[in-house]
Design a protein around this ligand. Structure first.
Ligand code: ADP
Ligand code: ADP
Length: 229
């Protein structure tokens, strides 16, 4: 079952008289339920690729499909609807609203989603049912990021896009965040697309895309990954 396929995707940023070729023609297929990690030096095009795949930005050229939908043929309204229905975002910094409790932060998403789970269930899935009435400032960094994961999975998206999800955490709290992502992949069949420098995350990937200078220079399959039964 296919999640995404991209053909000859290109992105050129034009700033004044300068052109930056952030993506120089990339091709890929991603299976539904796959865990994919994006590695590569700063400026190699990973964030540009993630934003395009997540419907936050558009390529300059090329075609992109999600299942049977050609995303590159959608208008703005249709693309926004796709993003709201199918994509959950997790960033390095948790972007929680400080004046709302954990549960209220999750409810912001579930109130407008088409097929949400209960906020309490989402928080239970990340191990924070007991802390649902806490405010962000009363939670550790790792717990705040797990609230962000709960918020992202609560609308039951097909795909989670994660940009350095453990970048602000020490390795132990980072592992707990990763466990919540892996559980979403296993129990909800969520496709995970993750930008990271963390070798532990790369080890849990089904495949690693190595970006270099606006291209996917190498695709590595992790055949030794142990899939839970
Ligand atoms: P990475 O995520 O691998 O660090 P990016 O996709 O952020 O790479 O950047 C790829 C290239 O595109 C870099 O040269 C970067 O400076 C440039 N770039 C990214 N976003 C913009 C933008 N909004 N405007 C102009 N140039 C950009
Ligand atoms: P909505 O679901 O209201 O359409 P968006 O799809 O625009 O919201 O964004 C999804 C999530 O990603 C939101 O939490 C938004 O704040 C966040 N977001 C969007 N673009 C960026 C970005 N460039 N950097 C960080 N966060 C972003």
């Amino acid at each position: 079952h296919r999640a995404f396929s991209g053909r000859d995707l290109r992105k050129t940023y034009v700033t004044g008289a300068t052109e930056v070729h952030a993506l120089r023609g990339v091709d890929f297929d991603i299976r539904k339920g796959e865990i994919l990690v994006l590695l590569g030096p700063s400026g190699s095009g990973k964030s540009t690729w993630l934003n395009i795949v997540g419907g936050l930005d558009r390529p300059t050229a090329g075609t992109l499909h999600y299942a049977d939908t050609e995303l590159t043929a959608l208008n703005e309204r249709e693309l926004t609807r796709f993003r709201r229905a199918q994509i959950g975002f997790i960033f390095q910094f948790y972007n929680l609203i400080p004046s709302l409790t954990a549960e209220e932060n999750v409810r912001l998403v579930t109130d407008i989603a088409e097929n949400p789970m209960e906020p309490e269930e989402a928080l239970a899935r990340v191990g924070l049912a007991e802390r649902r009435h806490h405010f962000p400032a009363q939670l550790s960094g790792g717990e705040q990021q797990r609230v962000a994961v709960a918020r992202a999975i609560a609308k039951q998206p097909g795909v989670l896009l994660c940009d350095e999800p453990t970048g602000a955490l020490d390795s132990q709290t980072g592992v707990r965040v990763l466990e919540t992502l892996e559980a979403a992949n296993r129990e909800l069949e969520t496709t995970l697309l993750i930008i990271t420098h963390n070798a532990g995350i790369a080890a849990m990937a089904d495949r690693v895309f190595h970006f270099l200078d606006g291209q996917i220079a190498r695709i590595e399959s992790n055949s030794s990954k142990i899939k839970p039964a």
